[in-house]
Design a protein around this ligand. Structure first.
Ligand code: GLN
Ligand code: ZN
Length: 594
């Protein structure tokens, strides 16, 4: 389902009959080794599926079921109760459902007749780091136990790869906050406790339940979490706060007067290679081996050098290069109130890359400017415009461990206000372009289409609150990547950023097809080369992509840029690629102007 068809007319579902015998073979092999149960993950069941895909489940599991091991069909990240009849009739021995993110679905599983099947209840949140409400979970499990006597399993809602390993390894967290948390090891303990409570009666775990209740109570009442000033600001937001002074056309004119950029301006997405020297300096500063002043001058030297390189390459809009940032979310989390961070809370981000998401536990407040000095310094080194670089509210939310005691939409607005303040400080410091990155914007989309609108409404609003407090001649940029955007283009347009740079090069600018149906109103830079690989594309490839883009997008709205930040690349490759990119822009610029 998650595969992609490239050849027109080809249906990927047609591959299923060839795939199933391979699965059978593997299952038989596993069974022959003495394995009794095999879990098969089918998280797509939480989506709205078209009939042919639904039918394929019956076909698949009828083919697989007589292999000699038992199958646990596993779903997570949302409810699957819209497929209840299908699930009831599938010839599998067990079902795993996520009653942490979708507790309401349990009811259906308890009232329908699932007899004969084992039910694995994913009741401990595998994706977040809060201690569970054990009393309430035990209650739920007891209900299910009477219906699925002898056939009830207790599990985390999903794989624990989204959750750090062990809270015991954290030595620097405030004890009060630490007491609210559970990492993977603690979550497994919670499951053991629930199991004992279920099998030996509530009394057998009474003391633990009391401690768990007390931790919850302390969290609810803690003064660390609640900041009336922040609530007041969110409550006082008006429509005006999510609107720029004038529409884009007026702004474009003023911005052009201010910056006088050429047709097809060239820029990058923000970060430059995080070299060993940079990492070492940051690490040494953290360990107090480098004084504040030494660290500052080391980072300034990096910034100077990056500005010099960008000028040499001939880019039109420069960046400071982000040498001071460990990670685009953690860096800001560390400077905001309401956030705690861990020493060892690593989780997988993509491939072999890991991140250490900060923990957003309380009302968010920005005590002081977070980026202004760095950006001002970079701007002082060049006559070309330097883009200020911030992480947007939605991405801050999606890539943090977020509090579960208030709606995410409220937390997003608190983050938006903190970023709005930073944007204002950058503007006051004379920075004319400010990029607010939202790579995780699409990640927050709910699984079911019916829930999309309400998410997009609050996510768009959060971005607009963060970005709308500026003068018309201040140019707001945003950046998005890691996903497909064609189906949310109207929402992206509603962000009303003056410029968006967006990942498209890996799909050879497939996104552009969407611009036939939807004409994007503001300026846009579809990435012309893929930074996720060390390969430096040929100039002809880049030029071809750029030409293609200029056929779909009015060239006066078109920017030229790579498709994401360059922090994972090295310098030789980056320099060559950017040089080619700038040359291509020049070639096409002259052609268009001829
Ligand atoms: N400004 C960030 C960077 O260049 C954006 C990263 C991202 O899109 N994930 O690294
Ligand atoms: Zn990106």
């Amino acid at each position: 389902y998650l595969g992609k068809e490239v050849t027109p007319g080809f249906q990927r579902l047609d591959l299923l009959p060839r795939l199933l015998p391979v699965y059978r073979e593997i299952l038989q092999k596993i069974a022959s080794l003495g394995v009794e149960w095999v879990q098969i993950d089918e998280p797509i069941l939480s989506l709205d599926l078209e009939q042919p895909w639904l039918d394929s489940f019956a076909e698949a599991y009828h083919t697989l079921h007589d292999s000699s091991c038992r199958l646990l069909l596993t779903t997570y990240f949302g409810t699957v109760d819209h497929h209840l009849t299908l699930l009831k009739n599938l010839p599998v021995d067990g079902l795993h459902i996520d009653v942490s993110s979708a507790p309401e679905q349990l009811e259906s599983f308890l009232t329908e007749d699932f007899s004969g099947k084992t039910l694995s209840l994913g009741c401990i949140d595998g994706r977040n780091i809060w201690r569970a409400d054990l009393s309430q979970k035990l209650e739920t499990l007891s209900q299910a136990a009477s219906r699925f006597a002898g056939k009830l399993w207790i599990a985390p809602s999903c794989s624990l790869l989204h959750c750090p390993v062990d809270l015991a390894l954290e030595t620097k967290l405030e004890p009060e906050i630490k007491n609210w948390l559970a990492f993977s090891a603690q979550k497994l303990e919670e499951m053991t406790i629930l199991g004992r409570g279920l099998n030996q009666g509530r009394e057998s775990v009474e003391a633990i339940l009391t401690a768990s209740d007390e931790a919850r109570q302390s969290r609810m009442e803690s003064s660390r979490i609640h900041n009336p000033v922040v609530h007041q600001r969110v409550d006082n937001l008006t429509e005006r706060d999510s609107q720029r002074n004038h529409p884009f056309v007026t702004r474009k004119h003023l911005q052009q007067q201010r910056f006088n950029l050429p047709l097809l301006p060239t820029t990058t997405i923000g970060s430059f290679p995080q070299t060993a020297t940079i990492r070492q300096a940051r690490a040494a500063f953290r360990k107090n081996e480098l004084s504040h002043l030494e660290y500052l001058s080391a980072m300034r030297a990096e910034i100077r050098e990056m500005i010099r390189k960008q000028e040499e390459i001939g880019l039109d809009v420069l960046v400071h290069g982000e040498p001071e940032r460990n990670d685009m979310v953690e860096y800001f989390g560390e400077q905001l109130w309401g956030y705690a961070f861990t020493e060892n809370g690593w989780v997988q981000s993509y491939g072999s890359r890991c991140v250490k998401p900060p923990i957003l536990y309380g009302d968010v407040y920005r005590p002081e400017a977070m980026t202004v000095e760095w950006i001002k310094y970079a701007q002082s080194q060049t006559g070309k415009p330097v883009k200020g670089m911030l992480t947007g509210p939605v991405t801050m939310l999606m890539w943090s461990f977020v509090r579960d005691d208030q709606p995410r939409s409220t937390t997003a607005l608190q983050l938006a206000l903190a970023i709005r303040d930073e944007v204002a400080d950058l503007e006051n410091a004379g920075i004319g372009m400010i990029q607010i990155d939202e790579p995780a914007f699409r990640e927050g989309l709910p699984l079911r289409k019916q829930d999309w609108k309400s998410y997009l409404d609050w996510a768009v609003k959060a971005f607009r609150v963060a970005s709308s407090g500026v003068k018309d001649e201040t140019q707001i940029h945003t950046h998005m990547c890691y996903s497909e955007f064609h189906d949310i283009l109207p929402a992206i347009a509603e962000l009303d950023a003056d410029v968006i740079t967006i990942e498209t090069s890996r799909s050879r600018m497939e996104l552009l097809d969407a611009f036939v149906k939807f004409s994007y109103p503001n300026e846009i830079g579809p990435g012309v080369y893929d930074i996720h690989s060390p390969r430096v594309p040929d100039a002809s490839e880049m030029l071809e992509l750029l030409k293609k883009a200029s056929r779909y997008i009015d060239p006066t709205l078109l920017w030229v840029n790579p498709d994401c930040g360059l922090k994972t690349r090295n310098w030789p490759e980056t320099q060559t690629a950017l040089q080619k990119m700038v040359d291509c822009a020049k070639t096409l610029r002259s052609a268009l102007q001829a």
